[in-house]
Design a protein around this ligand. Structure first.
Ligand code: SF4
Ligand code: SF4
Length: 337
C-alpha cells in the first residue's frame, strides 16, 4: 500500500469544541495537563452541558465536539451529553478516554451517535505504558479498544511522545495492526500541568528536533501501510513554510468546568483564557488575554511555545533562531491510499 503525507492547514470553516465536562480522573498520568486550580474541579450537570453545547452550536451549525476530562466516562451523564450534541446538530462527536469506559458507556450509546472513541496509550506494552499512565492501564486500555471494536465503534489511539517513550514508538505499528484501530494520533508532550512541575525540577521531557524527526515519519509510514490514517503535530516549520497561529485563523474552543474557554492549549496553565461562559453567554475576558499574545510576530514562530517551552528552540551564535516552531495545532497527516 502506498501513502502520502500532507500538512493539514487550519480550516476557517470548521469549529472544534474540546469540552472538558469534568476534571476528575481515576488515573494520575505523569504528563497530565489537567490543572484543577486553573480548570475547576466540578462535574458539570447535564443541564449545563446542554446549555454550553447550545452556545457553540449557535456560533457554528456544523461544529465538531470532543468530550474530554479528566476521564469523561466517569461522568454518569456522558451518554446524555452525546445525545444532546447530536440533537443540536454537531457534525461529529468524539469521546477521548483512558480506556476504562466507566458506567458501561458502550452499552448506552451507539456507533451512529459516537463517531470515534479515542483511546490514550503511551507505550506498546505495559513495561513502557504503565510507569507513565499507571499500573494496569495498558491492559484496561487495550481491552477497552477491543470491546469498542466488537460493538462496531470506530476507534483511534493517541500516543504522547516524550523522553519517557520515544524509543518505544517504533514498536507501535505491530500493536496498532493487532488492535485494528482506524486512526493513530502521535502527540508531543507539552510543558503544562504535571509536565510543567516536572520540568521545573529540571527533568528533560521534550525530545530533541533530531530525535523527533527521526522517529515520527518512519513510524507514521509503517502505520499508514497497515491501512491506518496517522496524524502528528508539525512542530518544526520548514524554512519556506508560512507560520500561522490557530488562535488568529481557526475556530477552536477548549472549555473547562469552571467556565473558562481558551483558544490555545498552551495557555491553559494561566488565567489567559479569551472567554468565560456566564449563564448561557460566551463573554470575552478583559486584557491581557491569550488573544493579545496571538498578535505578536516573533522570529521563533509560536509565541506561547517561546514563553513556556523554549527548550525546543535552537539559536545560532548571533542569537537568531535556527528554526521556527509551528502552532501546536498544525498537523501532518498520512492516509493510506
Ligand atoms: S487519563 Fe487523561 S485526565 Fe486522566 S490522569 Fe491521564 S492524562 Fe490526566
Ligand atoms: S500554540 Fe502558538 S501558534 Fe498555536 S494558537 Fe497557541 S499561541 Fe497561537
Amino acid at each position: 500500500m502506498t501513502s502520502t503525507a500532507r500538512t493539514v492547514e487550519f480550516s476557517r470553516d470548521a469549529t472544534n469544541v474540546f469540552f472538558h465536562i469534568l476534571t476528575r480522573c481515576n488515573l494520575k498520568c505523569r504528563h497530565c495537563y489537567i490543572n484543577p486550580a486553573q480548570h475547576g474541579a466540578a462535574d458539570l450537570s447535564l443541564t449545563i452541558i446542554e446549555a454550553w453545547l447550545e452556545i457553540f452550536a449557535g456560533r457554528s451549525p456544523r461544529a465538531n465536539v470532543i468530550f474530554l476530562g479528566g476521564e469523561p466516562t466517569l461522568h454518569p451523564d456522558l451518554a446524555g451529553a452525546i445525545r444532546a450534541a447530536r440533537r443540536l446538530g454537531y457534525a461529529s462527536v468524539t469521546v477521548d478516554t483512558n480506556g476504562y469506559l466507566f458506567h458501561d458507556i458502550l452499552d448506552h450509546v451507539t456507533p451512529q451517535e459516537v463517531d470515534f472513541f479515542s483511546f490514550s496509550l503511551d507505550g506498546p506494552d505495559p513495561a513502557v505504558n504503565d510507569p507513565i499512565r499507571g499500573r494496569g492501564s495498558f491492559a484496561h486500555c487495550t481491552a477497552g479498544i477491543r470491546a469498542a471494536r466488537r460493538r462496531g465503534f470506530r476507534t483511534s489511539l493517541i500516543y504522547t511522545v516524550s523522553s519517557d517513550n520515544i524509543e518505544a514508538l517504533q514498536r507501535m505499528p505491530a500493536l496498532l495492526g493487532e488492535l485494528g484501530v482506524d486512526r493513530f494520533f502521535i502527540q508531543v508532550i507539552g510543558i503544562r500541568g504535571k509536565s510543567a512541575e516536572r520540568a521545573g525540577k529540571e527533568e528533560r521531557l521534550q525530545v530533541s528536533k533530531a530525535d523527533w524527526l527521526a522517529a515520527v515519519a518512519p513510524v507514521a509510514r509503517a502505520v499508514a501501510d497497515l491501512g491506518i490514517t496517522v496524524t502528528w503535530p508539525k512542530v518544526y516549520l520548514d524554512p519556506e513554510e508560512p507560520f500561522a497561529c490557530a488562535g488568529r485563523v481557526a475556530d477552536n474552543f477548549f472549555i473547562f468546568p469552571n467556565g473558562r474557554v481558551y483558544r490555545c492549549p498552551l495557555c491553559e496553565d494561566f488565567p489567559l483564557h479569551a472567554f468565560t461562559i456566564e449563564g448561557r453567554r460566551l463573554v470575552a475576558t478583559g486584557k491581557i488575554n491569550e488573544a493579545d499574545l496571538f498578535q505578536l510576530d516573533i522570529p521563533e514562530g509560536c509565541v506561547m511555545n517561546r514563553l513556556i517551552q523554549p527548550a525546543n528552540i535552537e539559536y545560532d551564535a548571533e542569537g537568531k533562531p535556527l528554526h521556527r516552531i509551528a502552532c501546536c495545532l498544525l498537523k501532518e497527516e498520512i492516509s493510506p491510499r
